[in-house]
Ligand binder design. Structure first.
Ligand SMILES: Cc1cc2nc3c(=O)[nH]c(=O)nc-3n(C[C@H](O)[C@H](O)[C@H](O)COP(=O)(O)O)c2cc1C
Length: 145
């Protein structure tokens, strides 16, 4: 089992509709390929975690990286793992932008800002810490994401 994390810049302003569209269109492929993961979005950047078999994670990442919806793709990590962090989802999408103002401001204070939104880290441990913080904060705030 492998986990790959990357960050990219969107070629247009990201909306919650677009995140939902990506989640929806990824679902069938990801389930068929044994891929699970999470897709975080600000209005300008994506941070995605892909988990699954080696070949499938590779193939899916290569296809996503050719998508002209985004550019400036930065590979953060690609490691063998013992178990998944995201078992239950084809692809869980979370938008960290104005629809989620409280979450956004708490995370900006900790991780910094980029293009007026939350800055996604490029270090694996910080990316995983951010995802963990999102879970904790959203549970505390009882936000429906
Ligand atoms: C940020 C981002 C994340 C994406 N994540 C996935 C994904 O997890 N799984 C997937 O099958 N497609 C994902 N896509 C869509 C693919 O890039 C691609 O458009 C889609 O798989 C159709 O590919 P095809 O036209 O070669 O069939 C994502 C696209 C973007 C922009």
């Amino acid at each position: 089992m492998y986990r790959l994390i990357y960050k990219s810049r969107s070629n247009s302003v990201i909306t919650w509709e677009q995140v939902k569209e990506i989640m929806h269109s990824s679902d069938t492929h990801n389930r068929e390929s044994g891929i699970s993961g999470i897709l975080l979005a600000t209005s300008s950047h994506f941070l995605q975690v892909l988990e699954g078999p080696y070949e499938m994670v590779n193939e899916t990442f290569m296809r996503i990286s050719k998508d002209n919806c985004h550019s400036d793709i930065k590979l953060i990590s690609f490691n063998a793992i013992d178990h998944r962090l995201f078992e239950n989802w084809g692809m869980l999408g979370i938008g960290v932008f104005n629809l989620n103002a409280q979450l956004e401001s708490e995370l900006k204070a900790k991780y910094g800002e980029q293009d007026n939104g939350l800055k996604f880290p490029v270090e694996e441990w910080r990316a995983l810490a951010l995802i963990n913080d999102i879970n904790v904060i959203s549970e505390q705030a009882d936000t429906s994401l």
